[in-house]
Design a binder for this molecule. Structure first.
Ligand code: ZN
Length: 88
């Protein structure tokens, strides 16, 4: 599942609806979709790293995820990881 929050067509700012073409202006959105998918996979890797207690990897994955597509859940994962890093 791709998180679509805050994703908008870079041309006309229409809300991203998960299609590779903007329904309003026809712009190609394949790259936008790929970035959202990459961010999703990186958040999954961050969660797995957290489960394994590997805070360094978790930090790296969540930082990359937020660069690709910043989401609220990514922000929460980022804060949680930083808190755990401070506690260790
Ligand atoms: Zn558009």
């Amino acid at each position: 599942m791709v998180h679509r929050e805050r994703l908008r067509c870079p041309v006309c700012r229409a809300r991203f609806r998960g299609d590779i073409t903007c329904s309003r202006c026809g712009a190609g959105l394949r790259r936008l979709m790929e970035l959202a998918m990459q961010a999703f996979r990186l958040r999954e890797r961050a969660r797995s790293a957290l489960d394994a207690g590997d805070l360094t990897s978790a930090t790296r994955h969540i930082d990359r995820a937020q660069c690709c597509h910043a989401t609220e859940i990514g922000s929460k994962l980022e804060r949680l990881t930083r808190l755990l890093m401070k506690a260790n």
